[in-house]
Design a protein. Structure first.
Lengths: 176, 100
């Protein structure tokens, strides 16, 4: 039985996998960064298919927005947009391909053989009637309130650490 | 009808492509990009299990993972810029000051 959801899933998967291959193979690192944005947006679409509409929004805002801008800035500050690398990959490609195929076939065998103890499915509700955002927000400030606050401390520490690492020596008035 | 195996296989393929990128990329930024692919594969896994097990906890984990990944790429890119200032190069096999 082919439903609309199946068609959307396969289309999204094709887009994600094609863009991911561009990310790891592109000669120009700037194109790799741009196609990473395509992958991240596609993953947001997969989240929508799984009724995680809040996460899909966060994915677009944080990943496809902020992280991509950060990465593109870092590319422009280091290599530049127009510089093509003559040799973007090292000499282990064959070995890497072999080990990746071995890893993925073993994992695929295990997860396709294993029977997941899933509950019987309720009838699937459409995305626009999903209440998962409400549920996520409630549980985030009730049961997971402490990890949530710790996460903000982590983000603050990461931002301060990044500023400290990336600044030029001798900047500021403290004489470092 | 898409079952949980569809999503798991998609996430496995994405993760494998990411591992391949981490192993073969020479540019340190390229390695970081492939790392983001792997983290997204993990996110798909968490949300798929959360959906099919009908428990919302997987969404919370995925939110935490997105935030930790943002912190990681923030610090990682700062380190890359710092290394670029020192070496004028960010190819991972040329940064060998600490190599024995």
């Amino acid at each position: 039985m082919i439903t609309v959801e199946t068609v959307i899933f396969y289309t999204l998967s094709a887009i994600i996998i094609a863009a991911a291959i561009v990310v790891v193979r592109a000669r120009n690192i700037f194109y790799a960064g741009l196609s990473l944005a395509v992958v991240l947006t596609g993953v947001a679409g997969v989240f929508l298919l799984l009724r995680a509409e809040f996460l899909a929004g966060m994915q677009v805002l944080i990943y496809a927005g902020a992280v991509i801008v950060l990465i593109l800035f870092a590319i422009m500050l280091t290599q530049g947009i127009h510089r093509f690398e003559n040799e973007p990959h090292n000499r282990m490609q064959f070995l890497a391909l072999l080990s990746v195929i071995a890893l993925s076939s073993i994992t695929a065998f295990i997860l396709l053989v294993h029977k997941w103890p899933l509950p019987v499915r309720k009838p699937i509700i459409p995305v626009w009637e999903s209440l998962n955002t409400l549920e996520t927000g409630r549980i985030l400030v009730k049961e997971f309130a402490l990890p949530f606050e710790l996460l903000s401390v982590l983000l603050l520490a990461a931002v301060m650490g990044a500023m400290l690492i990336a600044r030029k020596k001798g900047e500021g008035n403290d004489g470092n | 009808m898409t079952g949980i195996n569809h999503y798991l296989v998609l996430s496995l393929i994405l993760f494998s492509i990411g591992v391949f990128g981490v192993l073969t990329r020479r540019s340190a930024i390229g390695i970081l990009l492939s790392l983001e692919l792997m983290l997204n594969a993990v996110n798909i896994n968490l949300v798929a299990f959360s959906h099919f097990l009908e428990s919302i906890t997987g969404h919370i984990f995925a939110i935490f993972l997105i935030a930790v990944a943002a912190a990681e790429s923030c610090v990682g890119l700062a380190i890359i810029i710092c290394v670029y200032r020192t070496f004028k190069d960010i190819r991972a096999d040329n940064i060998n000051l600490l190599k024995w």
